[in-house]
Design a protein around this ligand. Structure first.
Ligand code: GLV
Ligand code: GLV
Length: 323
């Protein structure tokens, strides 16, 4: 029998066509909907698969691996982040993990710049003013933002995305770029200074979170971090919501410990309707659109299919996570 590839979602059109053309090689089983499967349905449907293509809403843990069965070779997530995957469980079962680095770097860095500018120019308040119609036109004095130029930029996590953010923001005229990371980065070709996180927090006017979520970064932005930040600081998070303690963030905004937070990711995600951060004038929230361009989503799905097929047919994965 042909090996089974289970896909937990509808994929972008070009990827769907590719799946349709795979018929001779593998049996594709797919939940062809944009919404996820319920957990019980996922556990039932995944049984017998050699490969799984999933997204970051699908929790991949020991239970899911057992539901799939011993023949499972590869889990391929359509994301660069893999905090939804229990890597130890995969390692213990000898299952490979593929992800989608590189192809989403530019789109995610663009979203980071979008949020930085929205925050600096107070776009949330401006959009709300404009949306009310009459009396909301040009004002010489109202709703003034901050011009980038001369400030210090701080990047938390100088990986592919962090470096791309620096390359985009440098032309705005930041006088210094600092970064915090577990190790100095020697080969990312951006002009930035490695400093302790506390130094970065105390010195930066714009702080961009670009690190993965892991035990070292969970809750990294808590009460102590916010207490160190500048009252003029803008915090942008396009990484994972749980890097930021959201109660501490709300408190920091209310006490004006920081000027603005601009979040593409939240904890929980999505935030419940009416959550104080959603209605806060100095908090801008987007619904996790970091990599959401036609081009990038097509490339992510394509790479995820490559990774899944490589794993199923025992070839080296194009983009494999070291477990
Ligand atoms: C999106 O958040 C990703 O990890 O690709
Ligand atoms: C992180 O995943 C990065 O690509 O920088």
């Amino acid at each position: 029998p042909k090996p089974v590839l289970f896909v937990t979602r509808e994929l972008p059109e070009a990827a769907q066509q590719r799946l349709a053309d795979l018929g001779a090689e593998v049996e594709v089983r797919q939940h062809r909907s944009e919404a996820g499967l319920g957990r019980q349905q996922l556990l039932a449907d995944v049984s017998g698969a050699q490969g799984i293509i999933c997204v970051l809403d699908d929790t991949v843990d020991d239970e899911l691996l057992r539901a799939a069965g011993q023949q499972l070779r590869v889990v391929s997530t359509v994301s660069v982040g893999y905090d939804h995957v229990d890597t130890q469980a995969l390692q213990a079962q000898g299952v490979l993990l593929g992800h989608t680095p590189g192809v989403l770097t530019d789109a995610t860095a663009d979203t980071t710049v979008l949020l930085a500018l929205m925050a600096a120019r107070r776009a949330k308040e401006a959009l709300e003013r404009a949306a009310t119609g009459g009396g909301s036109g040009f004002s010489l004095m109202r709703g003034l933002g901050t011009q980038f130029g001369g400030q210090t930029l701080g990047i938390v996590g100088l990986g592919r995305i962090g470096a791309a953010v620096v390359r985009r923001l440098q032309p705005f005229g930041f006088s210094r770029v600092l970064y915090a990371a577990p190790r100095p980065q020697t080969n990312c070709a951006v002009d930035a200074q490695h400093v302790p996180l506390d130094t970065l927090l105390e010195s930066s006017d714009l702080v961009c979170i670009c690190c993965p979520l892991n035990p070292q970064t969970a809750g990294l932005f808590g009460p102590q971090a916010f207490a160190r930040m500048r009252s003029s600081a803008i915090l942008v998070n396009t990484a994972r919501g749980a890097v930021v303690d959201h109660d501490a963030l709300l408190d920091a905004l209310d006490r004006r410990l920081i000027a603005h937070a601009a979040l593409d990711v939240t904890d929980p995600e999505p935030l419940p309707a009416g959550h104080p951060l959603l209605v806060h004038p100095r908090c801008t929230v987007l619904p996790h659109i970091g990599s959401a361009t036609e081009q990038t989503r097509a490339a992510m799905a394509n790479l995820a299919i490559d990774n899944a097929l490589d794993g199923i047919f025992a070839r080296p994965l194009k983009a494999q996570v070291d477990l």
